[in-house]
Write a protein that binds this ligand. Structure first.
Ligand SMILES: C[S@@+](CC[C@H](N)C(=O)[O-])C[C@H]1O[C@@H](n2cnc3c(N)ncnc32)[C@H](O)[C@@H]1O
Length: 449
């Protein structure tokens, strides 16, 4: 099988049965060797159809007599692929999108329905010639944004409550873009200029990111990251700009003892080690052994010596009580700040899963705060944009732990541009063009204070 649309169809069939989009796609791409351009098309069609699921279903609902969920499941996938190409793939001519979708229907047991597929897609083309937006949209802003940009209502509501309709729309558009790749340069092995020059000689352009001393954003496509210059030498790791901010907020110093309580796969642990000149000790704790193995691989590649591993549940590690100069809690979260990186994530999270995560986050924060010495610091961070997992966790913790207070960034800090009046940092992706993040620095005052 070498037809990229058929490959996309096979992967999507698995996704609709519950598989993760990246896993399903990887499985089918491994099985059938495709030229690069077909591989890219299959990838775009799978991720795009998953991401735009709600919008594509709305088109079926509007144009067909039977609603999307009443269609045979495989025909629904074929229609998604057709509408996706017509609506979002400008470089595919509409006639090619229609013809290939009709062929796909034929090849997959729907020969009797090719007229229906053809008619539906052509109806969409006719409507788009008459109006820039052929989709009928409700007036209610939550549903309107949800259908137009393909998000569940509850996520739209969470954002709308914080930033209003106009900004939520910008955020939705941002989250539907292809994600960028940022590198964090390892200053113990190289510097920004050397990496930028090496990348340029491999034909890859990179640009600096304001305020972040170790960050480079790749602005041309890369192929496999392991083949880029400097990978084996440990010159860099892939880490989004906003994730890099977290370790700067922690501001670890050489010789200190730092406990990273949810550390795997180690993006921030290795950054902390670099900022400490690899002097001192960092305990990297996580309950998932397989992810900790990745951390060890990363730390070996970057040639870092100061990291020690602890496999276990960070809600129960009394051996660390009162020994940490600094503690990082980069908590498991609903990931609403990184939805652009995982096409299916918006459909996997629910209000209930976010609620459960907020309970876990509170338990982790209440326990790991005991790891900090008097006078020490704890940074709490998540890559979500849900107040129940961020502001509410911190407010509840501070209300019950009077020895703790928020330590805002100094006004002179380059990172203070992300600060809020409450003292925490909140990165809204559409404002700063980086993943969504929440982070706050808390200080444990001395008992006597
Ligand atoms: C957001 S990820 C951490 C990312 C990591 N800090 C980095 O920068 O690469 C959250 C991590 O928390 C871990 N985790 C979840 N619950 C945990 C618990 N109760 N104790 C320890 N680790 C936990 C997960 O295995 C996952 O690796």
């Amino acid at each position: 099988m070498t037809n990229p649309r058929q490959i996309a169809f096979v992967a999507l069939r698995d996704v609709h049965k519950g598989a993760y989009a990246d896993v399903a796609l990887d499985r089918v791409l491994r099985k059938f060797k495709l030229p690069d351009s077909d591989r890219r098309l299959a990838t775009e069609l799978v991720y795009g159809s998953v991401r735009r699921l709600r919008t594509l279903d709305a088109l079926i609902d509007q144009l067909a007599t039977k609603k999307s969920h009443q269609q045979p499941p495989e025909l629904r996938i074929i229609l998604h692929l057709g509408f996706y190409q017509l609506r979002y793939q400008e470089r595919i001519p509409p006639s090619a999108a229609v013809n290939t979708t009709v062929e796909l229907a034929k090849a997959n047991g729907f020969s009797g329905l090719t007229g229906f597929v053809n008619g539906l897609l052509r109806q969409y083309i006719r409507l788009s010639e008459k109006s820039p937006e052929p989709l009928k949209l409700p007036d209610n802003p939550v549903e309107r944004l949800g259908i137009l940009h393909s998000f569940p209502d509850w996520i739209i509501q969470v954002w709308l409550d914080q930033i209003g309709v106009a900004e939520t729309e910008k955020l939705c558009e941002w989250m539907n873009q292809t994600p960028t790749i940022d590198l964090r340069i390892n200053p113990l092995r190289t510097n920004l200029e050397q990496v930028a020059t090496a990348l340029e000689s491999a034909g890859i352009l990179a640009q600096r990111i304001p305020h972040l001393p170790q960050a480079l954003r790749l602005i041309s496509s890369t192929g496999a990251m392991q083949n880029l210059p400097g990978f084996t030498e440990g010159w860099w790791v892939v880490q989004d700009a906003s994730a890099q901010l977290v370790s700067h907020l922690l501001d670890p110093q050489p010789g200190e003892l730092v406990i990273d309580t949810c550390a795997a796969p180690g993006g921030k642990t290795t950054h902390i080690a670099e900022l400490m000149q690899d002097q001192g000790k960092i305990w990297a704790c996580d309950r998932t052994a397989s992810r900790l193995r990745k951390l060890q691989e990363n730390s070996r590649r970057l040639n870092l010596q100061s990291i020690e591993i602890c496999t276990g549940d960070s809600r129960n590690l009394p051996q660390f009580y009162n020994i940490g100069d600094r503690v990082l809690l980069d908590a498991p979260c609903s990931g609403l700040g990184t939805l652009h990186r995982h096409a299916d994530a918006r459909w996997r999270q629910t209000p209930e899963s976010s609620q459960e995560l907020s309970q876990l986050q509170k338990q982790l924060l209440f326990h790991t705060s005991n790891f900090v010495k008097n006078g020490g610091l704890l940074v709490y961070a998540t890559c979500t944009l849900h107040p129940a997992e961020n502001e509410a966790v911190i407010s509840e913790f501070l209300a019950e732990n009077l020895q703790w207070q928020i330590e805002p960034l100094e006004a002179s800090s380059p990172y203070s541009v992300y600060s809020t009046p409450q003292g925490w940092l909140k990165v809204w992706p559409h404002r700063w063009d980086m993943d969504g993040f929440f982070m706050v620095r808390l200080r444990k005052t001395n008992d006597s204070e």
